[in-house]
Design a protein around this ligand. Sequence first.
Ligand code: GLN
Length: 194
Amino acid sequence: APIVGVLALQGDFREHIAVLRSLGADARPIRRPEELAEVAGLVIPGGESSVMDKLSRTFGLAQPLKDAIRSGLPVYGTCAGLIMLADRLLDGINGQQTLGGLDIAVRRNAFGSQLDSFETDLEIPVLGDPPLHAVFIRAPVVEEAGASVVPLATLADGRVVAVEQGNLLGTSFHPEMTGDTRFHEHFLRMIAAA
Ligand code: GLN
């Protein structure tokens, strides 16, 4: 099985590793550039993107991650991970940077304190039936997307919460928390096809 890395600087990386292993992938936590160099795909988990940004630079991973993304490594970002993959961040704090790669603008904590966390069922054509039960936790939304970005899921109000663009996949929500493994299976297919 190909090695699938999960960025393990911060956030819910253990949950992603457990899901990927349940699907037969050789999933490993990634904290160093030498470890990143060995993977066939990478998940960037949920957590706090401003902290993940700082730690990625402290650990010397920011530039290797950008290089890997640009060279076509399949990368799947959930929630904070989606923010890390966005080319444009509409409301970063304290000089927060992203890795970029997805031609999108994201807004962090887009649902505000009234609706910090919520769950809903999403129709996701690329995954088929049944609808996916999605958990949102202080989640970002995609506010703008370039022509090469494919929206995979939208909320009832039309806001985009899952996207794919070439080697990159991103969701505002957390499929690693619900037991529905279809997004991880979709990502493993992207790795196999790369
Ligand atoms: N609000 C967090 C951020 O800005 C993301 C939350 C999450 O990953 N569940 O990074």
